[in-house]
Design a protein around this ligand. Structure first.
Ligand code: COA
Length: 172
């Protein structure tokens, strides 16, 4: 399950809050790939080949303890208005320490900086996103995503993920 707990540093929730969210580097690709693959194997995330992670690397942020990437997430832009939180994953050893929240907050801050007005995700973790101000929406509220990217997805005809959306007003 994720990177084996025995090889990972032990930290408290307080210490986790001190670890920076930073842009991913080439050295992080292998660890990002392993983290996503582990959740993909359990059907929680879509698998992404390593080549895809290299090509999208500048979309990724990570939280790392030394050499260990313990969380990652990416911002993919679809249109002038719409971006997506993609490939969000936190090593289960560090679940519930606020790392997922900080990754989404960093992705949201980047989306605002770029001038996006809507941020979405497709997820099974609805409660997590609701706590961060996202609302559940129908997939058809996101035609840019559905007709742009989902159409090439193996789950396209049987997608059981739930769409969540947050409006990013400049005043927030
Ligand atoms: C979803 C995920 C990123 C959450 O990461 P995390 O670091 O454990 O989340 P946080 O510690 O920031 O949790 C924030 C809050 O959401 C809650 N929460 C987290 N996961 C939850 C879940 N599955 N169901 C209900 N609440 C959840 C936490 O309890 C916490 O609540 P609190 O603020 O009252 O303490 C992580 O569980 C994960 O990697 N899941 C597998 C991959 C996945 O589904 N990614 C999302 C696809 S876009």
């Amino acid at each position: 399950m994720n990177e084996p707990a025995t090889s990972l540093p032990d930290i408290t929730r307080h210490a986790a809050a001190e670890v920076a969210v930073r842009p991913a580097t080439l050295d992080d690709v292998g660890a990002i790939h392993r983290l996503l693959k582990d959740y993909a194997t359990r059907g929680k995330l879509l698998p992404r080949p390593e080549s895809d992670i290299y090509q999208s690397l500048r979309e990724f942020v990570v939280v790392a303890l030394g050499d260990h990437v313990i969380g990652c997430g990416a911002l993919q832009i679809f249109t002038r208005q719409l971006g997506e939180v993609r490939s969000l994953a936190v090593n289960s050893t560090y679940a519930g320490m606020g790392i997922g929240t900080r990754l989404v907050n960093a992705i949201e801050a980047d989306a605002r900086r770029l001038g996006l007005s809507r941020l979405m995700a497709l997820t099974y973790e609805v409660r997590f996103f609701q706590k961060l101000g996202f609302d559940v929406v129908e997939m058809k509220a996101l035609p840019e995503k559905v007709w742009g990217a989902c159409i090439n997805c193996p789950k396209f005809r049987n997608c059981d993920e739930i769409a969540v959306l947050k409006h990013l007003s400049p005043a927030e």
